[in-house]
Design a protein around this ligand. Sequence first.
Ligand code: FAD
Ligand code: NAG
Ligand code: NAG
Ligand code: NAG
Length: 657
Amino acid sequence: MLLNYISFLSVLISTTAFHDYEYGDDYEHDSDQFREQGRSYPQSPIIDAVLKSYAPNYVPKNSEDIFDFLRDSYPLPAGLQSPYDEYDFIIVGAGSAGSVLASRLTEDKNTTVLLIEAGKPEMILTDIPIMAPYFQSTEYAWQYYMEPQPGVCTGMINGRCFWPRGKAVGGSSVINYMIYTRGRPQEWDRIAAAGNYGWSYSDVLEYYKKGERANLNGYEKDPTRNRNGEMPVEFARYRTKLIEAFLEAGRILGHPTIDYNSPHQLGFGYVQTTITKGHRQTAAKVFLHRQKTRQNLHILPDTYVTKILINPQTKTAYGVEYVRNRLKHSVLARKEVILSAGPIASPQLLMLSGVGPKEHLTSMGIPVLKDLPVGKTLYDHISFPALIFELNTTDVSLNENKMLNAKSAIEWIKNGDNVMSSPGGVEGIGYIKTPVSNDLDPIPDIELLSIGGYILVDGGPGGSKAVRKGMRIRDAVIDEAFGSIDRISKDTWSAFPMLLHPVSFGRIELKNKNPFSHPRMYGNYLTHPKDVATFIAAIRHVQALVATPPFQKLGAKIHKAPYPTCRDIPFDSDEYWECAIRTLTATLHHQIATCRMGPNNDSLAVVDPELRVYGIEKLRVVDSGVIPRTISAHTNAPAMMIAEKAADMIKATWTHP
Ligand SMILES: Cc1cc2nc3c(=O)[nH]c(=O)nc-3n(C[C@H](O)[C@H](O)[C@H](O)COP(=O)(O)OP(=O)(O)OC[C@H]3O[C@@H](n4cnc5c(N)ncnc54)[C@H](O)[C@@H]3O)c2cc1C
Ligand SMILES: *[C@@H]1O[C@H](CO)[C@@H](O)[C@H](O)[C@H]1NC(C)=O
Ligand SMILES: *[C@@H]1O[C@H](CO)[C@@H](O)[C@H](O)[C@H]1NC(C)=O
Ligand SMILES: *[C@@H]1O[C@H](CO)[C@@H](O)[C@H](O)[C@H]1NC(C)=O
């Protein structure tokens, strides 16, 4: 059995086991597309054979979903065949926020919750941290594309930026890079100072800690961390020696090596992850799996909510409409409907249900129940993934061809501490403030991610090419820009600079009234010159880091990428870097503010500081889309924190109505 498991893993890793979407198409109706095209599952006869040895009854061709027997399952309790007609709370979306919220609300046995999720439960492969980039092109991700924007993502297929988001029980925490970050104290204090009572750093710190199970060597006594919550937070067990060069170079340039989540100072540190024993920990694994026997928590995976039911006279939400097994149903909420569908789908559902900008809804033919600036604000974090340094060492950096094989699979199963436990190659994080920043507080404007390799570590003969596919980079760009890098005998290191506080922001709109259509997403990246200037300043800072002895000892030399999109621009000029950033403009998937939280004098606010939708009773939004302004954080921990806080606010509402 163990042997089967191992060969199964290694086969899946060494072939591109999942169906890849064809690039560039603007996919809609995700799940229908899969079924109709019948190409959603691995086609390899080897995989068929391995799967067969797992399940003797396995029939390769006619099965609806061959992975079902390897997935977690969430049957309704007590042998129920269908959900009740009515629940206290209906939560739409079992992502990072929805999973936490459902878990907390059902701690009270007398509170019934229906949690509805469009995606499927996670499975054995999503547990493997190094496979993080692989899932962006599978059925575990919504295949969203940003609307075309000239001058960004010019090296991507069809010049479009790809915006995958998790579609799974567990949401984006099933496909993310597992990086754990909280943001700076001053950022939350500013959110509170704008009138968002209850959201100061000291308030949110309690909720970050509540669900945290920190196991960070050297920080055991830190009062800002909690060792007794649910979600493991640990240093990555596997890292290359290159992280030491990054941290040492940082110290030389005045960046202390610290817990980068510490509220007290800025610095560099080892990446902290939601991984334990080498396994990915998702919001579902931690907050739903152990709770699924609760009689009062009903979970419906593979179920698509199409509308929030709102009484047009009383302006009160009373249920949702959903499609399950191609049949339409509705279900009622006694107390509240809560949208946790994430920063793209929550605003989409609001607008489909008549809550949004009046003119826009009218132009779509949707009766307006409440005129609100839904989707008018959208911030994102973009990064440049190709600041690559070639080293003169061998066998230090990550290399899929050398490292991912049956042997490493065996080791991972036994000990969980080899390369397979690396969070997609991310090893360290550093917060810096470039000279472009005019912020008086200790708030960084760039996060640097230290990577023990580069974006093509997965690209050798027979390689998965998962990273470039996940970003939708054109092969011609890859070949021209990086083809000369000797990936077999030389090592590489790279830093991804991530722009923390873009001035430019985008928006989201409906494309039409069809709930299965994707909305129109406008990133509006790099339209303010300060954003470009900050990126260039960050690149200069990385060059200064690499000029220090720890990197020079490794013979580090910058890779002069000849982008086909940047011909005739002299290498290393500011103009060159601007062109490079506009060629490979990579989102790190932190879209926020589409259902912006704000006090009632905030003309851009959609929800109040208790996350209640303005003008509609019994309706809240609880997900990363409520974060009103940029924070220096990847958004998984913030989404879980928001849900922790929301759970207490909701309990308080209904304890003392
Ligand atoms: C590829 C990738 C890498 C990332 N890496 C990191 C990282 O390393 N660290 C980090 O902190 N953050 C990371 N993020 C961001 C982070 O994971 C997300 O911000 C966070 O998970 C968002 O939580 P959420 O609850 O707001 O939404 P989600 O977790 O996205 O959950 C929304 C859920 O709602 C469901 N849903 C949507 N529409 C419907 C509908 N109509 N009916 C039913 N269900 C619906 C979706 O399927 C999804 O499961 C990453 C994100 C991605 C996509
Ligand atoms: C339990 O919930 C029901 C329905 O919401 C309510 O009528 C009843 O009073 C509650 N019981 C307790 C002990 O809270
Ligand atoms: C809104 O009100 C808060 C006090 O609740 C105040 O601090 C803030 O400056 C106001 N904002 C605007 C835009 O008027
Ligand atoms: C790499 O380059 C550095 C600096 O030039 C040099 O000191 C070191 O010996 C070189 N290492 C190897 C393995 O060539």
